[in-house]
Design a protein around this ligand. Structure first.
Ligand SMILES: Nc1ncnc2c1ncn2[C@@H]1O[C@H](COP(=O)(O)OP(=O)(O)OP(=O)(O)O)[C@@H](O)[C@H]1O
Ligand SMILES: [Mg+2]
Length: 245
C-alpha cells in the first residue's frame, strides 16, 4: 500500500505521517517512511531525534563530497541511507537527493521519483510531502493507493487541500481528508463546505501532540489519550486492516 500525505504548510502532514507509519509498523506491516519535504522533519515525528534527522538530511552533501558510496537503485538507496526508526519503521530522506547527475539513484532521484519507484506491494510506503500541491499534481497517481489531504480550518489551508484533493481525485486516486486541529463545530463546517464530497476524518486539537513537537519528540511517545491522538490511532488501525487484507 502506498500512501502520500499532502496539504498546506503547517497543516499537520508530518505529525500524521510519522504517527501512522509507526502505528502501521506496530500492527506488523513493513513500513518505509519517505521524507519528501525540502525541510525534513519526519524523523522528529517518528522519534529518531534531531541529530539523526540532521544526519540523514546531510547525506546528499556527503555524497557530493565523495565520503560515502553511491546507491544504484531505490531499494539500495533505502537500505544504504535509511535509518531504522522506533517500532521498526525504515526512514529515508529523499528531499536532498535531487542533484543534476542522472543515472545514479542517490544523485539523480528526486523525492517524487523515489516515491514513484518504491514498490508498495507487500509493504507500506508512506510519503510526507512538501507543503502545497506541487508534488501531488506532478505525481503519477496510478500506483498510489491513498492520498491523505491534511487541512486545518483556516481558509488558506482549506483552499490548498481542496486543490490537492481535486487534483488527486480527478486523476483517479482515492482521497481521504484529515480535518486536523479541529476545535469547534464551525471549524468542521468550513472544511465540510469545501471538501464535503470526500470522506473526512476529524482529528481534534490535542495539546499533547503540540507539546511533543515543541520538545522534539514523537507524539506517539507522549500521552495517547488526547482526542487528536485517539483519532489518529483509530485511522492507523483502519489502514492496518486494509494493508493486511
Ligand atoms: N491535532 C493536533 N493538535 C495540536 N497540535 C497539532 C496537531 N496536529 C499537528 N499539530 C502541531 O501543528 C504543528 C504543525 O504540524 P506538522 O509539523 O505536522 O505540520 P506540517 O504540515 O508537516 O508542516 P510543514 O508544512 O511545515 O512541514 C506542529 O507544531 C504540530 O505539533
Ligand atoms: Mg512537515
Amino acid at each position: 500500500m502506498k500512501i502520500i500525505v499532502a496539504g498546506k504548510g503547517g497543516a499537520g502532514k508530518t505529525t500524521v505521517s510519522g504517527t501512522l507509519a509507526r502505528v502501521l509498523s506496530r500492527a506488523g506491516e513493513e513500513v518505509i517512511a519517505v521524507d519528501a519535504d525540502v525541510n525534513p522533519m519526519l524523523g522528529i515525528s517518528l522519534g529518531v531525534g534531531m541529530d539523526e534527522t540532521e544526519r540523514l538530511a546531510g547525506i546528499r552533501e556527503s555524497l557530493q563530497q565523495g565520503h560515502i558510496e553511491h546507491a544504484h537503485d531505490v531499494e539500495a538507496l533505502v537500505a544504504t541511507f535509511g535509518t531504522t526508526a522506533p517500532d521498526g519503521v525504515q526512514l529515508v530522506v529523499g528531499s536532498r537527493m535531487d542533484g543534476p547527475d542522472s543515472g545514479c539513484a542517490c544523485c539523480g532521484v528526486n523525492p517524487d521519483q523515489l516515491l514513484n519507484e518504491l514498490d508498495g506491494e507487500g509493504r507500506v510506503v508512506i510519503g510526507d510531502l512538501e507543503a502545497g500541491i506541487g508534488i501531488v499534481t506532478r505525481m503519477d497517481t496510478g500506483n498510489i493507493d491513498l492520498v491523505l489531504v491534511v487541512t486545518n480550518a483556516t481558509s488558506k489551508s482549506i483552499e490548498v487541500a481542496r486543490r490537492a484533493a481535486d487534483s488527486a481525485a480527478g486523476r483517479g486516486a482515492e482521497v481521504l481528508v484529515i480535518a486536523n486541529r479541529i476545535g469547534t463545530d464551525d471549524d468542521l463546517e468550513e472544511i465540510r463546505a469545501a471538501l464535503g464530497e470526500h470522506e473526512i476524518i476529524v482529528v481534534p486539537e490535542d495539546d499533547a501532540i503540540r507539546r511533543a513537537d515543541e520538545e522534539g519528540l514523537a507524539p506517539l511517545d507522549g500521552p495517547r489519550d488526547g482526542p487528536g491522538m485517539v483519532a489518529l490511532l483509530g485511522l492507523g488501525e483502519r489502514l492496518a486492516l486494509r494493508a493486511a487484507a
